[in-house]
Design a protein around this ligand. Structure first.
Ligand SMILES: [Zn+2]
Length: 481
């Protein structure tokens, strides 16, 4: 299937996005695309100083030349993150109140507004966002546009994340990273020349975010067996059928070849469409992303800097590839189901374990809430384990087809310029090791660690990747420079 055919099919299953164009030198199409979806509305180009130079100014000038009453808001802050303050700022931009927006952007004593009250009454007087930037600007515009009961046009400037077309925005609010439900943009205009000129580490981060769909797909297959989140064929095929092909040229990505960049970007966009079709992030993330969520929630920095989503996800992805390498060496046909059921703890025991584990974590009740949601009783555990036992010979082969061995993924990351050892983002192997119990319990979503707990091979599985000679051999701790 060609890229055009894939995209056409993907748009057909997407629930929010109606238009996706990706080519070289296409910023001049912005007014036409805007008018197609927002005829009669007033656009506002939202960019930061870098993305204004990279594309924002051209988009603004093209819209002006086309006779649109276009406005602009260039964020002055050199460093800003997907935090509520900036959602609040874009809310004011779309209200047309730029001085209030500027105040929110710069006020050192800013206090978060109430998220519940952010939705405005419907009105034709709001400006319509043209988001020119990477993942953060897109997420801010996505949520603020939703607050104004309208959609927006996004013009990505980097192949750095899969969030451009995903349902929902990931924003830090009240100290916790939260996903706010809101629709993806109705239109995406991607200029491959602009995206290929983005800083290389952003592109490498996007590559890792796409690579995460390899182990995430494997974990979705496990949830499918259990039946908690069955595979949704449209959401699966739109991305997984071409994922290997789109990840196949890390050299091309590293040297910014337009075809390789276009493939990578297409993969990230297709991930978003898969999430739209599933109405959840299941097609795009599982444990591979949870390590990153821990780093976000604990405000992990390296050299004083927060690490990009994709760089954090790179380490989660490698870790999960290593886990699957060990998992696939196991023989689940030999599970002693009676013994496992016998030993299975009560819900109350699990809840207490979660409360103790999360006692020093920023979100103290997160584990408790997740385990309450995903707990299976003894009969449920018996059913699950019997299913895995029976399916194992075929399931094992299907999983082997799906996942990449640790070494292959690590070699790809080395070539593309993504981190390939936790020390490269300032995380020790011991710290990574200690994240595992949190990872298992921090989401209600069924993962391979849940299966390992039920089958009584959790310790064996987790320790296998940290033992001498293993990928994250604890005796070979790398120095954090
Ligand atoms: Zn991601």
């Amino acid at each position: 299937m060609t890229s055009e055919e894939r995209i056409k099919k993907a748009i057909a299953i997407a629930t929010d996005t109606r238009y996706f164009e990706m080519k070289q030198d296409c910023l001049g199409m912005a007014p036409e695309v805007f008018n197609k979806f927002f005829e009669g509305r007033k656009p506002v180009v939202v960019a930061d100083e870098n993305t204004w130079k990279a594309a924002g100014e051209k988009v603004y000038q093209a819209m002006k030349a086309a006779g649109l009453a276009v406005e602009k808001y260039v964020i002055e802050k050199a460093v800003f993150h997907a935090e509520w303050r900036y959602v609040d700022m874009v809310d004011s931009i779309l209200d047309g109140d730029f001085s209030k927006a500027r105040e929110k952007e710069n006020d050192p004593s800013y206090v978060e507004s109430d998220a519940e009250k952010a939705v405005r009454p419907a009105s034709d007087s709001y400006l319509t966002a043209v988001a020119v930037g990477s993942g953060v600007i897109n997420d801010l515009c996505k949520l603020a546009s939703f607050h104004h009961s309208q959609s927006y046009l996004t013009i990505p400037t980097a192949a750095s994340v899969d969030g451009y077309t995903s349902f929902g925005a990931s924003i830090t609010y009240q100290n916790a990273k939260q996903t706010f439900n809101c629709p993806a943009p109705v239109a995406v205009l991607a200029d491959i020349d602009v995206i290929a000129a983005a800083p290389k580490e952003m592109t490498a981060a996007g590559y890792a975010d796409l690579a995460a769909k390899v182990p995430a797909g494997a974990e979705w297959m496990l949830a499918d067996v259990v039946g908690t989140e069955p595979i949704i064929p449209d959401a699966w095929h739109v991305l997984q059928d071409c994922l290997d092909e789109l990840l196949a040229d890390p050299e091309g990505v590293a040297s910014c070849r337009p075809k390789a960049i276009a493939d990578l970007f297409e993969g990230l966009i297709l991930s978003g469409f898969a999430m739209q079709a599933a109405r959840s992030s299941r097609p795009a993330s599982c444990c591979d992303h949870l390590f990153s969520h821990i780093m976000d929630m604990t405000h992990h920095t390296y050299h004083g800097q927060l690490q990009s989503h994709g760089f954090q996800v790179a380490i989660g992805t490698l870790t999960m590839c290593a886990i699957f390498d060990s998992f696939l060496k196991m023989d689940l046909t030999r599970l002693d189901v009676d013994k496992c059921v016998e030993a299975w703890p009560s819900l109350e025991q699990e809840q207490n374990r979660a409360l103790a584990l999360f006692k020093d974590f920023p979100a103290k009740r997160l584990g408790y809430e997740s385990i309450t949601k995903k707990y299976s009783d003894k009969e449920g555990v018996r059913r699950e384990l019997e299913a895995f036992k029976k399916l194992w010979p075929t399931l094992k082969e299907q999983l082997r087809e799906q996942v990449y061995p640790f070494e292959k993924m690590q070699a790809f990351f080395k070539v593309v310029g993504a981190p390939y050892d936790p020390s490269m983002i300032g995380i020790t192997r011991h710290q990574l090791h200690d994240m595992f119990p949190i990872v298992q319990l921090m989401r209600w979503r069924y993962n391979v660690l849940d299966l390992a707990k039920r089958g009584m091979f959790y310790d064996e599985l987790v320790e296998s990747i940290f033992k001498p000679g293993a990928p994250w051999d604890l005796t070979q701790e790398q120095e954090i420079k």
